[in-house]
Design a protein. Sequence first.
Length: 886
Amino acid sequence: MDIIITHTNTDFDGFASMVACTKLYPGGKMVFPGKLNKNVKEFYSLHKDSFDVMELSKINPQKVKRLIVVDTSSSKRLGSIGPLLSNGNIEVIIYDHHPVKEELLPHIKGVLAQVGATVTILVEAIKERGIKITPFEATVLALGIYEDTGNLTYPSTTVRDVNAVSYLLQQGAKLAIVGEYISKPLNQGQRELLDKLMDNIEHLKVNDWNIAITTGYFDDFIGGVGEITKKLGNIDNVDAIFSVVYMVDRVHVVGRSLKTEVSILECIQRLGGNGHKMAAAVTIKGKSVDEVVTLLKHHLHLLPSPLLARDIMTKPVKTITSEVTVEEANRLMLRYGHTGFPVVEDGKLVGIISRRDVDKAIHHKLGHSPVKGFMSRNIVKVKENTSISEIQRALIQKDIGRVPVVDDNDNIIGIITRTDILKLIHGEEVPRWHKPLYSTGGYNIAQVNGNLTALINSRLPKKVQGLLLLIGQKAQKEGYKAYAIGGFVRDLLLGVENLDIDIVVEENAISFAEKLVKYIGGNLKTYPNFGTATLTLKDGSKIDFATARMEFYPFPAALPEVEETTIKHDLYRRDFTINTLGFKLNSPVFGDFLDFFNGKKDLEDGIIRVLYNLSFVEDPTRILRAIRFEARYGFKIEEQTLAFMENAINNNMLEQVKVSRMADELKLMLVEKTGLASFKRAMDLGIIDKIFGEIEDKKGLLKGMEISNNLLAMCKDKGIPIDEPFLIYLRTILAYCSEGVRNKFLKGMNLEKNNYDDLVYFLTEYQGILEKLIDPKFYSPSQLVSMLERFSNDSLIALTAISGSNLVKKRVFLYLEELSKISVEIKGEDLLELGLKPGPIFSEIIQNVKKEKLDGNIANKEEEILWVKSRYLPKLKDGELTDERY
């Protein structure tokens, strides 16, 4: 186990250095040895889901193999971990920018430098190794440098620190967030201005925001009014603040918003200024401070109304009663992917049970007990009109992950999580696993401004446009909510043709589809067990309808159990973020874009990312789907998603999937244009070995698959009929597998009888026939036909691929292109006319005629008849052949 640790009373440099080390030492566990500084604690409380931090109490010193220490070299500052520094059996690496007071022990490697911040050393290493970081990670690392260098102003600041910051800004670090947590020292003049402004604050309530306006007069110009204004806003704890200051011969108006939801830009623009929604300014000549304040107040109504709990809460909320056992609560958490549940009695909220509470109870063997004995009754709850800023404050101060929203009677009506708040703060850059650095293969990804109607009109056929509008109108009229979702929407944004339309309906898709078919016609098939329906229109096109549902996998690799839910939960159950996109169909909101999980951003960045860490455990076939989409679109599987994949592969999840499901997914992968690339990727990841057992001759198999791919293309060009391309690939794979694996696939694939029989025959006979075909001795055409006619075209292509022999290829394609098309023209009627009596002899004659024709001894029907006459008629006696046959 690798442990990454810093000093007690952790500051941003220590914290950021730990985060940087997780990039340099993948798999290393961050551990806090003690308390965090106040600003670090506030930041971590809000973003803790973005970091993998191990509790100090869970560390077993015996299992620590490597200790990475940052921002200190003193064992005294590492708390209970300190003694491990002197353990010679542990590899110890120290990164630090402080002078070392004592000589390091021989087994300790020191990476030391006189720079302004320890994290600078680590940023240099990350850059040198070409390790990619996300904008969020870059922001965290920048926090460390800015804090320890006093915003690059302390004498200890070096060029290396400045260069490190420059690199982090190139990677997308957000200075606005840095500014939220790092203070800049004021000079003497600025402190005087701050004091004056503090004495002249006026507080106003505008659109439920706490707004401050402060005024001041100075004969000399003082810089940094923006920083002073922001500092004053923080001191006064307001939502936005305006400083109106007379300096020299003009009035300076500076606005600062302290809440991301409060845009002060339009107010400043009305005064003639400009800026950003959280920081704007204007300089006005010819007016007094009082006149400018009056004008400013006149425009304050332009401030937006605050977002309230009702605007972002998730509803309905899954709750449990207080009598539910801890074991059942644990099962439900796994089922729904939640880390906690509100607990209710008679519909009233009485507590919250968290994952941590459940784990502790189970650890103490109390899983049979009701949750009421372990839930937290000291609930932080909000009303639907509570502002987002208040909710954010509660999450940070109480260090909680969620707050329930209740009505006046304490009935729970919604819930807001830490992630919901983070999305508001960071927008599309909300901290998440992926690294947005990959190419999208040149797709014309559409720009979306909240509604896809224009895109639908420009990229879809008129008929499909009309169909979607009709579905939306019918849904609105009948009281349903309908959405287009999934691959159809994904490819619409990419500019890729895909007319496989999937519709999700909240409440009851079957009921809606039954009403729709009466309206637009077609043939409807329903599947009540799954809440789905398929409508086949008169032109043969199909539309799939599904009830918005949540899937629960009772055990790894199981088929899911299904229950109804909302569209957001329905999309959460899907495989990858790029497949969670959708748009509304109901007529008043037609085209409104749905992107709950930043799927569009992942499309733009060209990555494949799962929605939760157990995705591949619950459905291991998603592993094959991931590499299929990766190859199809030229995307990359995101780093953390790849780690989840590899974990599922190494834990043998693929072996638990039914053969029929695995075969279906393999077929989808292999028959695509990029199927061979996907297969190579699957081999590299060890997936093929997990599905088909350890394959010894991997190079031979890969060569066989490449030849199969080329031969299929050749057959297409030459017009040689192929029944099932996938089964050609499968024959090739199974030829390299053990008999046990072959039998498992034969029994488990649910093949149609003709395909089953054909596959069994191939696997039984292919080695014997290959030995003959590889033999360079001469075979006459009739001998080749005799050997090959027992095999289907599919089997012959696989046979050729497995052989890797040009001679076999030449012989097989001679058969497929020429010999198999040669037929006998003489018929039974002709033999009767020659005086032969019907019987087994007819078959023998025709076979012999064909043999002669194949070998070039006969060219047409006339010669066929002459040959029969010469060979058989002299032997006739009363219309039957004597025993003296040729």
